[in-house]
Design a protein around this ligand. Sequence first.
Ligand SMILES: Cc1cc2nc3c(=O)[nH]c(=O)nc-3n(C[C@H](O)[C@H](O)[C@H](O)COP(=O)(O)OP(=O)(O)OC[C@H]3O[C@@H](n4cnc5c(N)ncnc54)[C@H](O)[C@@H]3O)c2cc1C
Length: 441
Amino acid sequence: MPAPLKTVESSSPLPEAADAVIIGGGIIGAFAAYYLARRGMKVALLEKGRVGAEQSSRNWGWCRQQNRDARELPMATKSLELWERFAAESGEDTGFRRCGLLYLSNDDEELATWARWRDFARTVGVTTQVLSATEATQRAAWTGKPWKGGVFSPTDGTADPASAAPAVARALLKLGGTVLQECAARGVEREGGRISAVVTEKGAIRTKVAVLSAGAWASSFCRQLGIRFPQATVRQSSAAISPGAGVLPDALHTKAISITRRADGGHTLAISGRGRVDPTAQFLRFSPQFLPMFLRRWRSLAPGGLEGIRSGHESLARWRLDQPTPMERMRVLDPSVDESAVRLMYERAAALIPAIRERTITAKWAGYIDSTPDGVPGIGEVTGFPGLILAAGFSGHGFGIGPGAGHLIADLVTGAQPFVDPRPLHPDRFAHSAWGRVAEF
Ligand SMILES: Cc1cc2nc3c(=O)[nH]c(=O)nc-3n(C[C@H](O)[C@H](O)[C@H](O)COP(=O)(O)OP(=O)(O)OC[C@H]3O[C@@H](n4cnc5c(N)ncnc54)[C@H](O)[C@@H]3O)c2cc1C
């Protein structure tokens, strides 16, 4: 079942030329296109299915600085400001609110990790409130349980995954940009080494700049161009429960269950980090590089099935530019739900907050999270490929930093002074091992 998602109209026809072509209409591609259009560029946003239909509508909607890796934190801070500014400057609603995020725990090790992050965050001017046992228990009185401690991050918030990417695409249309859905990019052409066109299923668009924001499909697309981008996907399931009586938090994380208020007044349930790995040829190819990541996360991961192979997003096959590609056969990656995980999350949520028993499950879905070996995205112009900007591998936390990532991409394309140091994010680092560099959260 797909996650709830609003729609945006497509433009027609295919433009012959554009200043920049964005491949992939998730939150990253949509914001990159928007910020490029705001700088006066003629932009075409290509989406093989529907804008926002993959990861960008299947997430919890958390927009957080809390527990961010140092390499992403400046972008996360800027993103919060940009989420707010976007609504004001575009008139479009992404559902963003600074509701604060609440973390509760009875695990000493987890609490120590959060306290360490607080100490680091202070050094870069980010405020978070580490809660004592009394404070955490008081703040979470609706659980009726004692807590050893917690964290409240007052400046963080949530946006609505069903609205956000379509809202940004609508803002792009208002700026004169082009949004093409059901229009897969099959490849690129080059002249003198530089990008000269993006070839789509509906024809070619001449351009000197292509941004590859293709989420879980980025690595197989790169492979066609001879670019090695190590990427792995993990299938995670979530459920939505109906709106109803009872005090439920806006955004709560515990080890057992995470609960997030949805725009319709219902809540999304999920178990942080829990997922299934569906083995594929690409997974086997890159698995040595993912060893440090899987060693850190293996407790929450379970083996999956064959649907990763059936989906085609991690195919090692080569495709031709004049024939349908795996992207046209799978317009929207909509993997099957892990029913046992959904049952478990409902039981855990109800055990924590008994009022949840009055709610029913109204939707459930799964999404493939695309990860890099160190859990930090790859953003930057691909070395040896002038004009091709890679922006993928957001590793389960790209929704909240969508505006910042889009802004950074626009900085890189236009040659403006980047608002954050882009070097730690550059994809060149994937040529080296990720040992000692895996993001903690
Ligand atoms: C269950 C779950 C919970 C999450 N929770 C959070 C959270 O609370 N906070 C947070 O910050 N992040 C969260 N994330 C992660 C977040 O959703 C992703 O990091 C983010 O949405 C990635 O955005 P994207 O644009 O890179 O990818 P996507 O949203 O996957 O978009 C990529 C798009 O590219 C399109 N595409 C691919 N190839 C082509 C092609 N050749 N031509 C045209 N189009 C193409 C695809 O159809 C797709 O729509 C979560 C993810 C999941 C699955």
